[in-house]
Design a protein around this ligand. Structure first.
Ligand code: NAG
Length: 242
């Protein structure tokens, strides 16, 4: 009897929360091998998962709360090493597939979202500010205003300058650092006297990212890139290696 009441109560709670969901994210892996997307909530309720495995050509649908901000990225070349889950790029150092509130260690391509409640205006972008690990695209679906897809389809790893390259265990380039990450200098990181859009112009390094992926943020004050937006309670399709 107690058990039945408890189950009924849990069902009501589940219904309440599912009624509050406003969107879905469909994650699509078009890469030739598995990726392990990580999800980090920066504000709003956490999603039901913080990390999943997504085999090549597989997709997975996540429910996203009505008001939510956060980021999604792909971890690559992951394996269990001595019982600890580790990835060559985007690792969140949790030792597990779940990231449990940790972000991806750069360099990593980021899909960033701020979703508004009540069919309000969502914002989203692709950021290479923390470097690049693989191409990705974000396509809004069923929204009503704006809602233009954004993508970064170029493989930056193939054109990454040697001083920015991150190599994997097999010696191949697995990711490309931003100049800020590689050199930690104010003109690349937009810090100190470079801390405004006016005093932090593009650099020869950010221009390489920009020329490959014009729709993505190439450095902290990349104001040539408009933040994409979509109203009307859209769902989002996030494709790795579009
Ligand atoms: C970018 O500019 C810096 C400073 O002028 C120079 O040292 C570096 O070699 C340049 N790198 C590329 C890839 O052009």
């Amino acid at each position: 009897m107690m058990k039945a009441q408890l189950i009924f109560g849990l069902l009501l709670v589940a219904l309440f929360f599912s009624g509050a969901k406003s969107a879905t994210f469909t994650l699509n892996n078009n890469c030739p091998s598995s990726v392990w997307p990580g999800i980090l909530t920066s504000s709003g309720p956490a999603l039901s998962t913080t990390g999943i495995e997504l085999p090549s050509k597989a997709s997975s649908v996540l429910d996203v709360p009505a008001t939510w901000s956060g980021r999604i990225w792909a971890r690559t070349q992951c394996a269990n090493v001595n019982g600890k889950f580790q990835c060559q790029t985007g690792d969140c150092a949790s030792g597990q597939v779940q990231c449990n509130g940790a972000g991806g260690i750069p360099p990593v391509t980021l899909a960033e979202f701020t979703l508004a409640a009540n069919n309000g205006q969502d914002f989203f972008d692709i950021s290479l500010v923390d470097g690049f690990n693989l191409p990705l695209s974000i396509a809004p679906q069923l929204g009503s205003g704006g809602c233009t897809p954004v993508s970064c389809t170029a493989n930056m790893n193939a054109v990454c300058p040697p001083e920015l390259q991150v190599k994997g265990s097999d010696g191949g380039v697995v990711a490309c650092n931003s100049a800020c990450l590689a050199f930690n200098q104010p003109q690349y990181c937009c810090t100190d006297s470079f801390d405004t859009p006016q005093t932090c112009p593009p650099t020869n390094y950010s221009n390489i990212f920009k020329s490959q992926c014009p729709q993505a943020y190439s450095y902290a004050y990349d104001d040539t890139t408009a933040l994409a937006s979509c109203t009307g309670g859209a769902n989002y399709l996030i494709t790795f290696c579009p």
